[in-house]
Design a binder for this molecule. Structure first.
Ligand code: TYM
Length: 336
C-alpha cells in the first residue's frame, strides 16, 4: 500500500532579492519537508503587484525566485514549482473568499498596517485583501500544512478563520483547517543592523540583509559588519534574551549549521564576537556560496526555468480544478 502524503503549500513574493530570512525562515525548511509531504511551492506574482512592480523586473524576479528554490535544493521532479498567475483559480477563489472574510478581520492585519504606513487611503485595494488571496492559495489545493516564517502567522490564522466560516456558511465540511509549520532556529531572522527589525528585502540599508545574490566576499563582509554588543557570549540563549542583535547572530549560526541556539552558546560561552563572527562568516559562505552561484547560473537559463514553471502550472491546474468545481457547486454557481 502506498503511504498517504499530506499536502503542503507555501509561497514567496518575487519582489527584490531573496534574503537569508526567506532562506532560513522558509526555503531551507521546504527542502527538508519535500520528501515527507506532497509539496507545492509558488512564486506569488499576483501578491507582488499589490505594490506596483516594473513589468520587466517582475518577470526577472519571478525567474530568480524559482531559480533560488531549485538552487537551494527543491526538486522540481518531486514538487510542484509554479508562478501563481498561470493558475487562474487563485484569483477566482480569492474573490469568493473576499465575500467570506469580514472587514473587521482584515482591519486587524498588522502587515497591511506596516506596509500601508500612514497613508492608508493611497494603498491599493489589493494590498488590503492580500490575506484573502493567501488563504485561496492554500485552500485551492486543500493543503493542510504551510511552512512559513513567523511573520506569516497572523495571515495563516486568517486562512483558518476563512476556511471555518466558509464551511459553516454553507453547512459543509469542505476546507481543512490549515496548520502553520514554523520551524528551525531562525523563525524570524532580524536585520543585521537592528535586532528589533525583521530582515527584509525592502529595508533601505543593504548591510541590513544578506541577499542570495551576494558574492561570497559580500556575505562575509556583511557578517563581519553586523551589529553586536560589547558583552561576551553567554552560555545559554536565555541569558541573551535582552540582546537582540547578538541573539539573532546565534540563531543564524544555529540554523545554518543545523544545531540549536543552546549548542552555539555553549560552544562560544565567555568569548567575544571576533572569533564567532569569523566562524559565522565562513559558515555562511560555505552554505550560501554554492546556492548563490547555482542560482545565478539557473537564472540565466530562462528557457529551462520557464519550462519548469509551465509544467508546474499544468500540474497545479489539474490538482485544483476538481476542488474549484466543487466550490462552485457548494456556492451555487450553475455549471454547464
Ligand atoms: P514573503 O515573500 O515575504 O516571504 C517568503 C517566506 O519567507 C519568510 N520570511 C522570513 N522568515 C524568517 N525571517 C525573516 N526575516 C523572513 N522574511 C521572510 C516568510 O515568512 C515566508 O514564509 N505572504 C507571503 C507569501 C505567500 C504565502 C502564500 C505563503 C503568498 N501566499 C501562501 C504561504 C502560503 C509573503 O509575503 O512571503
Amino acid at each position: 500500500m502506498t503511504e498517504f502524503k499530506q499536502r503542503i503549500f507555501s509561497g514567496v513574493q518575487p519582489t527584490g532579492n531573496l534574503t537569508l530570512g526567506n532562506y532560513l525562515g522558509a526555503i531551507r525548511n521546504w527542502v527538508a519537508l519535500q520528501k515527507k509531504y506532497e509539496s507545492i511551492f509558488c512564486v506569488v506574482d499576483l501578491h507582488a503587484i499589490t505594490v506596483w512592480q516594473d513589468p520587466a523586473a517582475l518577470r526577472d524576479a519571478t525567474r530568480e525566485v524559482a531559480a533560488g528554490m531549485i538552487a537551494s535544493g527543491i526538486d522540481p521532479k518531486e514538487c510542484i514549482i509554479f508562478n501563481q498567475s498561470q493558475v487562474p483559480g487563485h484569483a477566482e477563489l480569492a474573490w469568493i473568499f473576499n465575500c467570506v472574510a469580514r472587514m473587521g478581520w482584515l482591519n486587524r492585519m498588522t502587515q497591511f498596517k506596516d506596509k500601508a504606513g500612514k497613508n492608508k487611503e493611497r494603498a491599493s485595494v489589493g494590498l488590503y485583501v492580500y490575506p484573502d488571496l493567501m488563504a485561496a492559495d492554500i485552500l485551492l489545493y486543500k493543503a493542510t500544512h504551510v511552512p512559513v516564517g513567523e511573520d506569516q502567522k497572523q495571515h495563516l490564522e486568517l486562512a483558518r478563520d476563512i476556511a471555518q466560516k466558509f464551511n459553516s456558511d454553507y453547512g459543509v465540511d469542505f476546507f481543512p483547517v490549515v496548520e502553520p509549520l514554523i520551524l528551525g532556529e531562525a523563525k524570524r531572522v532580524m536585520s543585521l543592523r537592528d535586532g528589533n527589525a525583521k530582515m527584509s528585502k525592502s529595508d533601505p540599508s543593504e548591510n541590513s540583509r544578506i541577499n542570495l545574490t551576494d558574492s561570497r566576499d559580500t556575505i562575509a563582509k556583511k557578517i563581519r559588519k553586523a551589529r553586536t554588543d560589547s558583552a561576551a557570549i553567554a552560555g545559554t540563549i536565555e541569558e541573551m534574551a535582552d540582546r537582540p542583535e547578538a541573539r539573532n547572530l546565534i540563531n543564524i549560526f544555529a540554523a545554518l549549521s543545523d544545531q540549536t541556539a543552546g549548542d552555539i552558546c555553549a560552544a562560544y560561552d565567555g568569548q567575544g564576537f571576533a572569533a564567532f563572527k569569523n566562524d559565522l562568516a565562513e559558515l555562511s559562505v560555505s552554505v550560501l556560496g554554492p546556492i548563490t552561484e547555482e542560482m545565478k547560473r539557473l537564472t540565466d537559463e530562462k528557457t529551462y526555468i520557464d519550462q519548469i514553471l509551465k509544467t508546474g502550472s499544468e500540474k497545479a491546474r489539474a490538482l485544483s480544478a476538481p476542488i474549484l468545481k466543487e466550490v462552485h457547486n457548494i456556492v451555487g454557481f450553475l455549471q454547464s
